[in-house]
Design a protein. Structure first.
Length: 250
């Protein structure tokens, strides 16, 4: 196992005890099936995770034991210390594929909601004419993750951009000093499931990737400084050990 993968496993495996894999459930085929667990809140209790391709589009799918997207963080009224809820697909893809530096960390696709700030400045998700007030609506990101002890023992963060550095960044980078992209692909929630359709120039690289599924909470640092955004609570890991066992189209 690579050092990056080992670090990610150690960072969240203890919180993943609720996620053991099982045989495929009747309502979902392919991907990673997981047993429902009473101790995980139903909107984040992963039972199925999958990535499939259709032409040059990858379809990220996750299903939970309750209603997907039904729970969002309470508004705190300030950025510092505010919470982010997320549905995440960690992948083996190189971050270079979506516009970051090569091998910058662990590339993950995420669907998030956070009522205290907006990080999709190019898009007006609620259609009210103001693109800066809709962070509480579910929206999509690419993020690059790395472990950082400043977030807690064996904890992960979204990689910070040091002041003065100019790394390679996607065209839809939202301007935050972290490795995050806000591409504007809207998640579709339907009952217990959510899906996001993501176009790729190199769909072959996607089809060769491994993936997993995670539901988690992140928190903005109280000092709003590096590390800016830490993973503070993992609700569930689809595979149970974050070994990225999922195979695209399988």
């Amino acid at each position: 196992m690579s050092s990056r993968r080992s670090a990610l496993v150690s960072a969240i495996a203890l919180a993943a005890l609720a996620g053991g894999a099982s045989a495929h459930q009747d309502s979902h085929t392919g991907g990673i099936a997981s047993k429902a667990v009473d101790t995980v809140k139903a909107p984040f209790d992963i039972v199925h995770t999958r990535i499939r391709t259709e032409g040059n589009t990858a379809v990220f799918h996750m299903a939970v034991s309750g209603r997907a997207g039904a729970s969002r963080p309470a508004k705190s009224g300030k950025l510092a210390g505010s919470s982010v809820f997320s549905y995440v697909w960690p992948t083996s893809l190189d971050p270079f594929l979506v516009g970051f530096e090569p091998k910058a960390g662990i590339l993950a696709f995420a669907v998030t909601a956070h009522p205290d700030f907006d990080d999709t400045p190019l898009f007006d998700e609620n259609g009210d004419g103001d693109p800066g007030n809709d962070g509480n609506l579910w929206h999509s990101h690419w993020v690059v993750l790395q472990p950082d002890p400043a977030c807690g023992e064996d904890a992960l963060k979204v990689v910070d951009i040091p002041e003065g550095s100019k790394p390679r960044l996607p065209r839809t980078w939202p301007g935050l000093p972290i490795l995050i992209d806000s591409p504007g692909w809207s998640p579709l929630f339907k009952g217990e499931s959510l899906e996001v359709r993501v176009p790729f120039d190199d769909i072959g690289a996607v089809e060769a990737a491994g993936f997993d599924g995670v539901t988690a909470a992140l928190r903005v640092n109280a000092s709003v400084h590096a590390p800016l955004l830490c993973v503070v609570d993992v609700f569930k890991v689809a595979s149970g050990d974050l070994s990225l066992p999922g195979k695209v189209n399988q």
